[in-house]
Every structure is written in structure tokens, then in C-alpha cells.
Design a protein around this ligand. Structure first.
Ligand SMILES: [Mn+2]
Length: 345
């Protein structure tokens, strides 16, 4: 018995103002390409079960394109892969009001796909061989729901949930905390969603991580692989399956602007770009720390505009010495805080 564990797809995520030839937001198309690749790899693996641990969509009401494409991909997937699929809702697509249904309920119309949006539910799959205890985002609100125990009558017990396991690992807002002792029960596998980096949480518990860079702080994830978990329930052995050819996200080394004139900074900006072979088709950030406003005004904006035109996104993030000092005084200084305009709800 082997399973594929996907999480945090964030389909319908959009960023920047680049569009494809078909007029689709460049990043939305990128995220879909990653999803298709993950499904292709899954078909080749031929698992007994596919888990999607929440945040299928980036927002509770995604655009029609994202909804229609997702539905189409799932139908095609199920025609080519006999494995059942169990999906839970994450914080990004959960709705609070009872008079509004969750968009994921559409996916339950695909044969062999089970969706758990709100209350905890146990789904028995793989001809009675695997019981999946599914805890979507909303279910973690009530701690009474957490008196779950593996079922000794079933060969394999799997727990799937969407939330924060420890507070050092937060890259998204609005998640509930998962009690650590719930993960310590003798599950054959625990599939977690919410944290966007692949992480082993101890025993057989994992965050699969997101399939693309869709977090509030994409720069922290620039160098890490994105993909999903391939798990063998008999041997309790995991393999991380990275996705290939994702869009390059490059966080260039920060430049210290102290005692530097504008023309020196222009040259450093240029040199950093040359070192990565140009910015074409990439998402790039160049931070300049301790950059006085007077020097910032004298930078070569023709060069910066050219970089912004060539890249999918080129962010020149200048920090004045004063703003850094103020942040230290208030105890909120972080070495690389995310730029405010990149924060998404
Ligand atoms: Mn997420």
C-alpha cells in the first residue's frame, strides 16, 4: 500500500502583472503547470491512495478558470489513475458561514474523489485497507474533534489535517494549532498541510510543502525544492518527489549601501544580475540595506526599469538606515522581512 501526499496547491494564485499569450496571469499558469506535473508524476507512481491536505485553491472564491481547469484535470487524472483521492479544506478555501458551501464540494462530483470541508470525518478507502481520519481547517476549531484514535480493526490508519504544528513554522496566517500529542498516536502516516516547506515532523508525520512558491515570503523558499511525498505504508518509508522546471525565484545577496555612492550601487546591481545569467523569466529580489533616500534618488532607474521589463518580477527593495534603526528600537527588526506589497491575505 503506497500513497501520494500533496498539499497547498494554491490554484488560482495570481501575482505581478505578466500574462501568458492566452492572457492568463503568468504565475497562475505556473502554478497550474506545477499541478499538472505533480499529477503526471503521480500517475507514473501508480499509488493506492492520493491525499490532498488542504489549500487546493488560493482563495475561497477562485476565478472560473481555476475552478474549471482543476475540475477538468481531476476528471482526466481519475481516468488514468485508479487510486482514490481524499481532499480536505485548508484555511484558504474554508468558509465560515453555514449558508455558504465550500468550493471543494465540486470536486466530490468526480468519481473516486472524497472531500471533507468542515467537520471531522473518517473515509475508508483502498478496499477497506486504509482509513483516513480527515481534519479540515474548520474541524480544528473545536478541540473535542481531536479525541481521534487509530482504528485497530483497519490495516492502515492515516491522519490528514491542515494547521500549524509548531509556531516556529508559520508562513501563512489564519491556521489553527494542531496538538502535538495527536501526531504521537500510532498512525501509519500523518499528512499535514499549511506549512509550505517539506518537513519531517517526527514518526511518520510530514508536511508535504507547497508545489510552488505561493507563500507570503517566497524569498525564504527561493532555494528549496517543491514537490510532494511518496510513502510506503508497509515499510513506513518516505520519498520526497521534487517537481522540475519550476520558475526560478532568486533572492540576490543584499547590498550594503553604507558609504556607497549611487554609481557604485548601480554597478553592484548590474554585477549581481550578470552572476545569475540575467533576470529573463525569473522572479528576483535585490535588497539594498542602509540606503539613504538621497542616494536612492540618484540610482540609475533606466537600468532598473530594463530589469523590471525583462523579468517576470524584479524587486529593488531599498531600506533606509533610519527605517532599520526604528525597527530595531521597537524590537521588530528581521533580517529579511517580506516587502509589504507581497503580503497576501
Ligand atoms: Mn497554504
Amino acid at each position: 500500500m503506497r500513497l501520494v501526499h500533496l498539499a497547498d496547491l494554491h490554484l488560482g494564485y495570481r501575482a505581478y502583472n505578466r500574462v501568458t499569450r492566452q492572457g492568463v496571469n503568468r504565475r497562475e499558469a505556473d502554478i497550474f503547470a506545477a499541478f499538472r506535473q505533480a499529477l503526471e508524476q503521480t500517475i507514473a507512481l501508480n499509488p493506492d491512495l492520493v491525499l490532498i491536505a488542504g489549500d487546493v485553491f488560493h482563495v475561497p472564491r477562485p476565478g472560473n478558470l481555476a475552478v474549471v481547469q482543476t475540475q477538468r484535470e481531476l476528471f482526466k487524472f481519475r481516468q488514468r489513475c485508479p487510486a482514490e483521492v481524499v481532499v480536505i479544506a485548508g484555511n484558504h478555501e474554508s468558509v465560515r458561514s453555514r449558508d455558504n458551501s465550500c468550493i471543494l464540494e465540486l470536486m466530490a462530483l468526480v468519481p473516486g474523489v472524497s472531500v471533507v470541508c468542515d467537520l471531522p470525518e473518517a473515509v475508508v478507502v483502498a478496499h477497506g485497507q486504509i482509513k483516513v481520519f480527515a481534519l479540515p481547517h474548520n474541524a480544528l476549531e473545536q478541540t473535542a474533534a481531536l479525541s481521534l484514535r487509530p482504528d485497530p480493526e483497519v490495516p492502515y490508519n492515516v491522519l490528514m489535517l491542515h494547521g500549524t504544528v509548531d509556531h516556529h513554522r508559520i508562513n501563512d496566517y489564519g491556521g489553527y494549532t494542531i496538538p502535538a500529542d495527536l501526531l504521537d498516536l500510532p498512525w501509519d502516516y500523518v499528512a499535514c498541510g499549511h506549512y509550505h516547506s517539506f518537513t519531517h515532523l517526527g514518526a511518520h508525520a510530514f508536511y508535504a510543502g507547497a508545489i510552488e512558491r505561493t507563500s507570503n515570503d517566497i524569498w525564504r523558499e527561493a532555494d528549496e525544492p517543491k514537490g510532494f511525498v511518496w510513502f510506503d505504508l508497509e515499510r513506513h518509508r518516505e520519498t520526497f518527489m521534487p517537481l522540475e522546471g519550476l520558475r526560478s525565484v532568486v533572492d540576490l545577496p543584499a547590498i550594503d549601501g553604507t558609504h556607497r555612492e549611487a554609481h557604485e550601487l548601480d554597478r553592484l546591481i548590474h554585477d549581481h544580475v550578470v552572476q545569475i545569467g540575467g533576470v529573463e523569466d525569473k522572479i528576483v529580489r535585490q535588497q539594498i540595506l542602509n540606503l539613504p533616500k538621497s542616494v536612492q534618488r540618484q540610482l540609475d532607474y533606466r537600468q532598473i526599469r530594463e530589469l523590471q521589463t525583462a523579468a517576470v518580477h524584479y524587486l529593488l527593495d531599498g531600506r533606509s538606515p533610519k527605517s532599520a534603526r526604528t525597527m530595531i528600537c521597537h524590537g521588530i527588526y528581521q533580517p529579511t522581512p517580506p516587502p509589504r506589497h507581497l503580503l497576501v491575505a
